[in-house]
Design a binder for this molecule. Structure first.
Ligand code: ATP
Ligand code: TZE
Ligand code: MG
Length: 260
């Protein structure tokens, strides 16, 4: 009953994210029942991360200055036992993005690493094509996710038409979702924040929390599509936010297409 708990506790999710998706991320968290805060200054990030329910680090529009802030925030989060979600946006597209993602993974214990297959592959050294923020691989995403989880000692969430969630041992796949999610910018980024809210209230079982978060998200997209397919992508984006607020734990149990 994780969603119910999120809506009762309103966990604070400290987002250090990119300028493209900031507003969408804050609205998505509010819609689901969590509480967003965006904070970047190195003078305050440690304090903010320490009192948060989860910390999201997303490198989508990263600068050198921001990386220093993210390290301060991440180390404070580790000290306070606050889970960290890392989204290595565009890793593989440039050396800077790959290097900075690996640096963050080195300097702190990341709880959940969430990216598309191309991004995760670039971090584990598997061949991938990454064009800007979109990436893909030819091989098996389950093996890729397991490798990432083992290598970085975290839960890996590799998203795409089928999402893979693993700690290296347990493997869950979720086939909910809709292709229109790829037509709205920042849906991957918001998913990282949503996983943060789930893990915030369910720290004892990160794999289960991340799996439910991914299923919930995909189901919201499916319902949103069913209500707006004759209208188009703009209407879908709004309906998706509406569904993030409306979908319940019961709906998630009923509609999730999960494999263990
Ligand atoms: N072909 C698809 N069919 C159904 N759902 C999809 C498809 N592709 C992606 N999704 C869903 O879209 C969401 C975002 O995943 P995606 O892999 O597109 O992230 P991303 O590439 O990091 O996105 P972005 O960079 O735009 O934030 C996930 O919930 C995923 O399940
Ligand atoms: C389009 C884009 N460019 C940098 S971050 C971002 C948002 C989606 O990842
Ligand atoms: Mg992404």
């Amino acid at each position: 009953m994780t969603l119910e708990q999120i809506r009762k506790e309103n966990p604070l999710v400290h987002c250090m994210t990119n300028v493209v998706v900031t507003n969408f991320t804050a609205n998505g968290l509010l819609a689901m029942g969590a509480s967003p805060v965006m904070a970047y200054a190195k003078e305050e990030v440690a304090d903010m991360a320490s009192i948060a329910g989860a910390l999201l680090l997303n490198i989508g529009t990263l600068s050198t200055e921001q990386i220093e802030s993210m390290i301060l925030a991440g180390q404070a989060a580790n000290k306070a036992g606050v889970p960290i979600i890392l989204d290595p946006v565009g890793a593989g597209a440039t050396t800077f993005r790959t290097d900075m993602s690996l640096r963050l993974l080195n300097e702190m214990n990341v709880t959940v690493l969430r990216g598309n297959a191309g991004e995760i592959a670039s971090l584990v050294g598997v061949k991938a094509t990454v064009k800007g923020v979109d990436g893909a691989i030819e091989g098996d995403t389950i093996e890729l996710a397991k490798k990432a989880a083992e290598m970085f000692n975290c839960v890996a969430v590799v998203t795409g038409a089928v999402d893979v969630i693993t700690d290296g041992q347990l493997v869950h796949t979720i086939s909910n979702g809709h292709p229109w999610l790829t037509k709205v910018v920042g849906t991957g980024c918001l998913l990282g924040a949503v996983i943060g809210a789930y893990v915030a209230v369910r720290r004892d079982d990160v794999v289960a929390a991340a799996t439910d978060a991914v299923a919930y998200y995909g189901i919201a997209a499916e319902i949103a599509f069913s209500k707006t397919n004759e209208l188009g992508i703009g209407a879908f984006q709004q309906a998706f936010l509406n569904e993030l607020a409306l979908v319940t734990d019961e709906k998630v149990d009923q509609l999730q297409r999960a494999e263990v």
